[in-house]
Design a protein around this ligand. Structure first.
Ligand code: PHE
Length: 463
């Protein structure tokens, strides 16, 4: 058997894992949830959750990966034969996510091209985004993004994934800090003469808005924060198990996990500080209720209002988003590849080749879900969706809480938390949040995940 590939050291692992975690979720979903959910209230809840729930889930995945040295299916099987099914379910999350992630990457590529060629007006036009996705030609952008991802995974763990992450992540951090600083310097006088500044926007973002807070609204915000956390940390989908299996035995896992949490949350907070003040300056508080359309519809309008600088800032923003999406997309494909290599005993190049063909087809189908294959399906949360939303709902809202529930019961009560804490303490390393981990995995996570799971099925809405 060939020697298993690994990351060269802690830095390579942390950048690759943070690259997976930092994605469009940080840049687009986090800011719009914060805007919707009372600014600072959402931030406070999110921060508490990340160092408790997020930490426990991330630790579980990474420790399972390193201790077993395998990807989800074989990892769970080697821990307990009867629990192989959990590995199989986990494997299907990236399988589903991969069908649409490159489509979103393609949308970002399109905006890079728009800013390069057409200036800010083209991207700011009212129906720019909807017209684009409704055109079958949009497929080419998704396919390009898919090919790019496949090429990197084809090159392997060290030469492909680690090398790209180590280059792209520092650039991404510089860009997000730079654009956030620029946002704070913005100033604009509205039609009615009121002057709004970036710093006022920052205050709107950070100050907790407790007005009209009720128990049910608080719960709703907590649930929003929780599902964001899953998506953002890329946990409970086997990706971190695969990446964990590439970590050398002498790397300090506890420290790496803290760094990943800090990077993921840091980029999300900075993305909010970059987007919310900019939208506030040009469109006021009302502009922030744009919801999911924030990234592709409202932001281009904001860039258009910035004048000449808008074209550069807009271009930089979408380049940043493309980097974030690429390192995430790589991790999804890598996790599928690693599982397939273990199941079929095939080598990397052949496995990636076959998967690439399959996913080029899937990407095309999902991208055409807004034109040729257009459907409208009612989802359990009450919204209607197209193919992409259906895949997203099944994988993120439905399967992930279910997997987290099962894996916390499995680790907390069947194989016992010590199985994980031993791995965290390998070589005499101190596991600083050990007690917190044990309480979270045994008691708190199962309860929270049960609630989230019921919410995703729509049952809670009827209570
Ligand atoms: N964590 C990524 C983000 O925040 C999203 C992602 C989901 C990445 C699933 C990989 C797999 O955008």
């Amino acid at each position: 058997m060939q020697k298993k590939s690994t990351f060269t050291g802690q830095l390579g692992f942390v950048f690759a894992a943070a690259g997976s975690a930092v994605g469009v979720g940080n840049l687009w979903r986090f800011p719009y949830l914060a805007a919707k959910d009372g600014g600072g209230v959402f931030l406070l809840i999110y921060l508490v959750l990340i160092v408790t729930v997020g930490f426990a889930l991330l630790t579980t995945d990474i420790a399972i990966g390193r201790r077993t040295g395998k990807s989800a299916i074989h990892a769970y099987e080697s821990m307990n034969k009867k629990w192989k099914f959990l590995g199989v379910i986990t494997f299907f999350v990236p399988v589903l996510i991969m069908t649409y992630y490159a489509v979103i990457g393609g949308w970002i590529l399109k905006y890079i091209v728009l800013f390069l060629t057409g200036g800010t007006q083209a991207a700011a036009q009212d129906n720019c985004f909807t017209n684009f996705i409704a055109s079958p030609r949009s497929v080419w952008y998704g396919l390009t993004f898919m090919m790019l991802t496949a090429l990197i995974v084809y090159k392997g763990v060290e030469k492909g994934i680690e090398r790209v992450s180590k280059t792209v992540m520092p650039l991404l951090l510089i860009l997000v800090i730079g654009i956030a600083c620029y946002s704070l310097t913005l100033k604009n006088s509205a039609d009615d003469g009121t002057i709004r500044t970036g710093l006022q926007g920052l205050r709107v973002y950070l100050t907790p808005d407790w007005s009209g807070m009720t128990v049910s609204r608080f719960l709703q915000i907590t649930l929003d924060a929780m599902s964001q956390l899953f998506f953002s940390l890329s946990v409970s989908m086997g990706i971190m198990i695969t990446y964990g299996s590439y970590v050398k035995r002498d790397v300090n896992l506890g420290k790496s996990i803290s760094l990943i949490e800090i990077m993921d949350t840091g980029v999300a907070l900075l993305a909010g500080a970059m987007i919310i003040p900019a939208v506030f300056v040009f469109f006021g508080v009302d502009g922030m209720s744009a919801g999911p359309g924030l990234m592709f519809i409202s932001l281009p309008k904001v860039f258009d209002c910035m004048g000449a600088a808008g074209r550069i800032i807009g271009l930089l923003f979408f380049v940043l988003a493309a980097f974030a999406a690429l390192t995430s997309c790589i991790s999804v494909l890598e996790s599928i590849t690693a599982n397939c290599m273990e199941i079929f005993h095939t080598e990397r190049k052949k496995t990636t080749g076959v998967l690439t063909i399959l996913y080029l087809i899937a990407t095309a189908v999902i991208a055409l879900g807004y034109s040729i294959f257009y459907v409208e399906v009612m989802l359990p949360n009450g919204s209607t969706g197209q193919l992409l939303d259906i895949m997203d709902y099944i994988s993120n809202s439905f399967m992930m809480p279910f997997i987290a529930l099962l894996s916390s019961v499995f680790v907390g009560w069947i194989i016992k938390p010590s199985w994980i804490t031993e791995e965290m303490e390998r070589g005499g390393t101190k596991f600083r949040r050990k007690q917190l981990y044990i309480v979270m995995i045994k008691y708190i996570l199962p309860i929270i995940m049960l609630i989230l799971f019921f919410q995703s099925t729509g049952i809670l809405n009827h209570l």
